[in-house]
Design a protein around this ligand. Structure first.
Ligand code: ZN
Length: 195
């Protein structure tokens, strides 16, 4: 069991960081929460620490994830929201018993109803998804321009013209592909050694 598990893609928006635990949905998909323990790890990194997770809770988490992905994608392309996705998101939101807590430093933290309650953590994620899909927050849902990715992401750039879900992965890959294409077209560039 020493095979390295895929890293997490962290972002500023909880709901779309969560949907990014499955990447390259239209290529060679990478599952970044392949085991219950990996979901525990992901939740801890995102301020939603739980003690444990069962296989059934992981399954529920993935169901919520794909529902958020479907609803966010529909919003990005201005399509009707899929009823089944709304149902799952709402069920998860209703089932949780998480409370927002203000720290002495003035930060918000989440207190979950029980230490092992993955459902409480999922309710926080579901509520976050509702707030961006409902258009309550400053930003716009868009789809990643990478054909193998097409992830829904929340664009908070001033011009709302962000093209990639993640600059370090999809954005970079695109840049490299363009560079290589130019490289092939122009043989002299190959000899300059510029990468
Ligand atoms: Zn992408």
């Amino acid at each position: 069991m020493c095979a390295k598990l895929p890293d997490f893609r962290l972002g500023n928006v909880l709901a779309t960081s969560f949907t990014a635990t499955l990447t390259e949905r239209h290529g060679n998909a990478v599952e970044r929460i392949p085991t219950p323990q990996r979901l525990v790890d992901w939740l801890a990194v995102n301020g939603l620490a739980v003690d444990s997770c069962t296989a059934a809770q992981l399954e529920l988490a993935r169901e919520l994830r794909e529902s958020i992905h479907a609803a966010a994608t529909a919003t990005a392309i201005q399509d009707a929201l899929p009823a089944s996705a709304i149902q799952v998101i709402n069920d998860c939101s209703i089932q949780g018993r998480a409370a927002a807590i203000l720290t002495p430093e003035g930060n918000r933290q989440w207190r979950l109803g029980a230490a092992s309650c993955v459902e409480d953590a999922l309710s926080v994620i579901a509520a976050d998804a509702i707030s961006i899909i409902a258009g309550e927050r400053d930003g716009k849902l868009a789809l990643c321009a990478s054909p193998t990715c097409q992830a829904a992401f929340f664009d908070t750039s001033q011009s709302r013209t962000r093209k990639w879900c993640d600059m370090n992965t999809c954005g970079n890959r695109q840049k490299k592909a363009r560079f290589n294409a130019n490289h092939r077209k122009n043989g002299t560039a190959a000899r300059t050694g510029v990468i």
